[in-house]
Design a protein. Structure first.
Length: 135
């Protein structure tokens, strides 16, 4: 269990909470909806303009590093209907998408993925429209 606080904007929180019931109805997405709800419940919700640019939010560009393999991956965190694996646009309802939400550049965390537990570090975050630059 990750205990470090996460931060989510009011707009993102509202968008996600409105989608949770529909996802929870489908067996395939029930666990993902449950995990995302748990993360939103523990999040510190802030005004949109108070959310720092280095916090992972919807439409952020994110560079993450797997702490076991050292592999770097770049993603854009999106709503499910905008996700596209070919473009590295990852849904916030996916295990990795839920895991990243609300963390800041430099944060490390562990998350259970379909392939097992992963230890990850947020290397860089850029707000929507600005490509991530590794620090």
């Amino acid at each position: 269990m990750n205990t470090k606080p996460i931060y989510v904007s009011q707009t993102d929180s509202l968008k996600l909470r409105l989608r949770l019931p529909a996802f929870a109805e489908h067996k395939r997405f029930r666990e993902a909806a449950h995990q995302l709800k748990a993360e939103l419940d523990r999040a510190i919700i802030v005004n949109d303009d108070a959310l720092s640019d280095d916090i992972v939010a919807l439409d952020s560009f994110v560079s993450i590093q797997d702490l076991e393999s050292g592999e770097l991956e770049d993603y854009t965190l999106t709503l499910p209907e905008l996700s596209d694996a070919a473009l590295n646009r990852i849904s916030v309802f996916s295990p990795l998408g839920t895991a990243m939400l609300g963390y800041a550049a430099g944060d490390e965390f562990s998350w259970s993925m379909p392939g097992g537990l992963r230890r990850l570090r947020i290397v860089a975050v850029s707000p929507p429209g600005v490509p991530a630059v590794q620090s």
